[in-house]
Design a protein around this ligand. Structure first.
Ligand SMILES: Nc1ncnc2c1ncn2[C@@H]1O[C@H](COP(=O)(O)OP(=O)(O)OP(=O)(O)O)[C@@H](O)[C@H]1O
Length: 356
């Protein structure tokens, strides 16, 4: 069996850019394919992370790093593709999961319980988490009153103390002060020494170079490069240097072009391309399109209703309405079927008091 901790294969993520909630609801029930603008945040990412490896995710703002780490941590589903996270994994994405209305202490208990810890284990680790987070009396205040630094410190403290198998750190070190930063780096190093797997999302190439064994550069929804930390960060630096030298107009044009590719991405064409490549690499392989279809959709729960499900929903709704009307009319179902007009001439005659 292939030895990996995390494997993502041909992963895409599509967002519908609805303007209002009602537009979203209408589209859910609509059978017609009236187009809503789409945006493909990821356009086919494949990578593996070995046990004990620290993978850095880099890329410009909006390139899809958080989308990918959220998919790996199970916070959001992928649109297509295969995601396998192995072992007894308890993943914590620091940027996510704190409940604003609960206090720091309640959040610690909630997240720890969700990770499968018992109340005794939580009581034992609680003082360590509070001390690591260094949020003082705020621990009994609702998280909504915290500064971004305090939130991040609490998130990080919980994440590292509940001892996950895979730790996902998404931009968490950018908000703390130097002392906290050093504490986090020490903790991450401790994790690495214990052989834990880490996914580290950061804009700081210095942090990436210090902590990561391997780096994946996500560029406007695509995996531009994955491999040795030094090589990938050097290429990324070249790119950012080139980008910074562009004029404001050129930067805008470049970004508009990239975003337009993400808006017009065709999943059907991509699926076809993957099938062609697979067939080219293994000419004797049978049923390649079906295999690729399974790879794309086999482990995905559709966020949208298929046409059949929509028709079924409408069918059930109409049957329910029909039986309600039959009930109100007072006739039998057989009678209504033979004479549908009876539906609008109920058999009951309402006698109002004092009216003959
Ligand atoms: N819920 C959503 N609906 C629509 N678009 C979204 C949604 N979430 C993310 N996106 C878009 O997907 C793209 C990728 O976002 P993501 O947050 O993954 O990027 P990122 O690389 O983590 O960016 P940053 O470095 O700024 O945190 C962005 O263009 C973003 O606008």
């Amino acid at each position: 069996m292939e030895d990996y901790k995390v494997k993502v294969q041909n992963v895409t993520k599509e967002y519908d850019l609805f303007k209002t909630q009602s537009e979203k609801l209408r589209s859910f029930f609509s059978v017609s394919k009236k187009s809503v603008p789409h945006f493909w945040s990821l356009m086919g990412i494949s990578l593996t992370i070995q046990p004990g490896e620290t993978l850095g995710l880099i890329g410009v703002n909006g390139s899809g790093k958080s989308t990918l780490s959220n998919i790996i941590s199970g916070i959001i589903p992928q649109t297509t593709g295969y995601v396998d996270v192995r072992g007894e994994t308890s993943i914590v994405a620091i940027s996510a999961g704190l409940r604003n209305n609960l206090t720091g202490r309640e959040n610690i208990r909630l997240k720890s319980l969700m990770q499968g810890m018992t109340n005794e284990q939580i009581d034992e680790v609680m003082p360590d988490i509070i001390s690591f987070a260094d949020i003082g009396d705020f621990v009994d205040q609702p998280v909504k009153s915290y500064s971004s630094g305090m939130r991040s410190r609490l998130g990080f403290a919980i994440a590292v103390h509940i001892k996950p198998d895979i730790l996902i750190i998404d931009e968490a070190l950018s908000v703390g002060d130097d002392t906290f930063y050093q504490k986090c780096v020490d903790k991450i190093t401790e994790f690495k020494e214990e052989g834990k797997t880490i996914i580290f999302v950061s804009h700081s190439l210095k942090q990436i170079q210090m902590l990561c064994d391997k780096v994946a550069w996500i560029n406007y929804g695509e995996l531009k490069m994955v491999g040795d930390t030094k090589e990938v960060t050097a290429k990324y630096r070249e790119f950012t240097k080139w980008f910074k030298k562009l004029s404001k107009k050129e930067k805008h044009e470049f970004e508009t072009k990239r975003k337009s590719i993400q808006k017009n991405f065709s999943i059907e064409k991509y699926q076809k391309k993957v099938a062609e490549e697979m067939q080219k690499n293994a000419p004797d392989e049978k049923n390649v399109p079906a295999k690729v279809h399974k790879l794309f959709y086999g482990s995905v729960i559709s966020e949208k209703m298929s046409v059949w499900n929509q028709l079924l929903t409408w069918g059930v709704l109409l049957v329910v309405i029909f039986f309600c009307l039959v009930n109100i009319s007072g006739y039998s179902v057989g009678h209504i079927i033979s004479d549908p007009s009876a539906l609008i001439h109920p058999s009951h005659v309402l006698h109002l008091p004092g009216v003959k």
